[in-house]
Design a protein. Structure first.
Length: 624
């Protein structure tokens, strides 16, 4: 007769630990290798207190890598398989259940054994490293890290135990575990790809806000790997601490839910089902639906990607829902045949889920295609926008500097209104334009579109290309720092006919840096430097107005508080900023043209006349 409910059974614990001690020792050695062992070996070479502090910091920081999240996931799989391996052997399973103990006792004993085997190496490593660290701040940081690893072990182990309850063969639980851990993130990326191709110009669908950690809860392995990168911080005061998002504490109740689901599945699990592909019929339906849905998304992504590239998305794309619906129905039947290991699938238990899956796939594809969810046509209200930014021609502008929020939203609406025209244009260069909004509720939303280049659009002052290009071509708006920067020197750069690159500091030729700065600013003010270059290789479209082999290379510094972001100055204007944090200097490269009379006037003092600058043969550059 079976005993009453009891949480633990010594005989079962002894059987489990026959194998668990080896796995637990392996985890201990893996953690200690880069922890206390590495610390002891390196500390012997450190003489000063600062050196020892730096060494301890380096050893601790080397501990914080995604590798240890994977290590905990791997050992969680091993511990669960060791504790519940009898489920996958008919004889062992019958012998275990013939013991005079309840299933509750069996489950809790095995579950706690595996969890303790994961916890012990963490506790021992922490106890060993504490006296070596000898610093309360570092000990708290390391304790936080090991607590983080135990949180990872708890969710991984509980999920793996649940997978064991669903399967009848030993090789399936690890596979399902990995699929579950990465399924959400993979599907999210795939869905973004589908939307980007189906809804023309759609870019990023991920909302960065306070809810982002909760969105990652469906992909624990991915989320915890990202959190481990956060690791330790070392501010100026040399304080170190480990931190991760508080949202990850939700993994504790999630792990408990997994454990309770595993207990429920274990109690419902029939002994004679050992060896079946899945234990219960509803699991076969569930996995058939899941596999079919994932396959349909892959097909949809490929199909719409081809249509987008060929310019057929607005015509051929209308039949996509029917294609996906039919493919989903056939795919569900094929998957059901494989899972059920039979060709006889003309049953309600198969046909009804197949029809439901088909309808859902059709409605989903049609909804995305027709933008029933409002994803493609969405634009924010100006009152809801905190900061907005427009990125064009491989460049970005400082938020609100070139375009106000209202102007950015109006341009966004024009892109949506001219979607069909933009979609059908496939000739010439295609440029990418992005709209980014930081909303007052904390969300950051981004949309990206392609903007075809054509001579007609460039000549039309009301076209999207003309409006954006004209604003980006305004040096006075785009480079206000040039006025405030302290110019160190100016060089004249030239690419000779021999392929060599020549550069001459103008002060060596008698040209004052301050004089050249004044000339450049005057040409900016007069509009002489407004010539817009979409790409440097297209500069010849402006004919003799461009001295294409000449440019000014300005080395300039700036005061504290005045910063230059290289992402804000880009190729569209052939203006490049490279900065050095310590020396605080930047290099601005400006290709000038024959209309820049102030620049040419100053250059003439150094012997650089218009003829010299345009001479292709017979003149050695630079002029000395």
């Amino acid at each position: 007769m079976k005993s009453k409910i009891s949480c633990f059974n010594p005989a079962i614990m002894k059987k489990d630990w026959k194998w668990l001690w080896g796995a637990s020792l392996g985890l201990f050695l893996v953690l200690a290798a880069k922890g206390v062992i590495s610390l002891l070996l390196n500390m012997a070479y450190m003489k000063t207190a600062n050196d020892r502090f730096d060494m301890r910091f380096q050893v601790i920081a080397s501990h914080i890598t995604p590798l240890y999240v994977w290590v905990m996931a791997g050992f969680s799989v091993i511990m669960a398989i060791i504790c519940f391996s009898y489920l996958f052997d008919k004889r062992a399973n019958q012998m275990m259940h013939a013991m005079p103990i309840t299933r509750n006792t069996l489950f809790f004993t095995h579950y706690v054994d595996g969890l303790v085997a994961l916890l012990l190496p963490l506790v021992l490593n922490l106890l060993l490293i504490m006296p070596v660290l000898g610093d309360g701040m570092m000990i708290r940081a390391m304790a936080g890290f090991y607590g983080f690893l135990f949180l990872a072990a708890l969710i991984f182990y509980s999920a793996m135990v649940f997978m064991c309850m669903l399967c009848g063969v030993a090789y399936l639980p690890p596979i399902l575990f990995l699929v579950f851990m990465e399924l959400f993130e993979g599907l999210r990326v795939l869905l973004e790809s589908v939307l980007r191709n189906v809804v023309y110009g759609f870019g990023e669908s991920y909302f960065y806000s306070e809810s982002a950690p909760r969105n990652c809860l469906l992909s624990p392995l991915y989320a915890l790997c990202r959190a481990s990168f956060v690791g330790f911080r070392e501010p100026v005061d040399r304080r170190i601490y480990f931190w991760f998002d508080k949202g990850f504490f939700w993994y504790i109740p999630v792990a408990l839910i997994f454990a309770l689901l595993a207990l429920w599945a274990y109690k419902k699990r029939p002994i004679e089902s050992i060896g079946d592909f899945f234990v219960m019929p509803w699991l076969k339906v569930l996995f058939s639906v899941g596999i079919t849905g994932c396959a349909a998304m892959v097909v949809y992504a490929w199909l719409t990607s081809y249509e987008q590239e060929a310019g057929l998305i607005d015509s051929m794309g209308k039949v996509n829902p029917f294609i996906i619906g039919i493919a989903g129905f056939v795919g569900f039947l094929i998957v059901s045949m494989i899972i059920r290991k039979t060709l006889h699938i003309k049953k309600k238990v198969v046909l009804i889920p197949a029809v439901i899956t088909t309808v859902v796939l059709f409605i989903g594809a049609a909804g995305v295609q027709m933008d029933l969810f409002g994803l493609a046509s969405w634009t924010p209200k100006a009152s809801d926008v905190e900061v907005c930014e427009l990125q064009a021609f491989m460049s970005g502008n400082r938020p609100g500097e070139l375009f106000s929020a209202e102007e950015v939203i109006d341009l966004h609406k024009r892109f949506l209104a001219e979607r069909e025209h933009l979609q059908s244009t496939r000739e010439g260069n295609i440029y990418e334009v992005g709209f980014t909004y930081r909303l007052k509720n904390g969300n950051l939303v981004s949309r990206r579109y392609t903007l075809p280049y054509s001579e007609e659009d460039l000549k039309d002052k009301n076209s999207l290309l003309s409006i954006i290009a004209g604003r980006y071509a305004d040096y006075n708006s785009f480079c206000p720092e040039l006025k405030d920067m302290k110019w160190v020197d100016v060089s004249l750069a030239h690419s000779g006919d021999d392929g060599e690159f020549y550069s001459q500091i103008l002060e060596e030729c008698g040209v004052s840096t301050e004089e050249m700065k004044e000339a450049v600013l005057k040409d900016i003010q007069d509009g002489n430097l407004k010539t817009f270059y979409l790409e440097s290789e297209n500069m010849d479209r402006y004919g003799d107005k461009v001295l294409e082999k000449n440019e000014l290379s300005i080395t300039a510094g700036w005061e504290e508080g005045l910063t230059i972001n290289s992402n804000e100055l880009g190729k569209s204007l052939d203006v490049w900023i490279t900065s050095d944090t310590d020396n605080k200097y930047g290099v601005v490269t400006i290709p000038f043209n024959s209309e820049c009379k102030h620049i040419l006037k100053v250059l003439k003092k150094g012997g650089y006349t218009h003829n010299v600058l345009t001479e292709k043969n017979g003149t050695k550059f630079p002029v000395k």
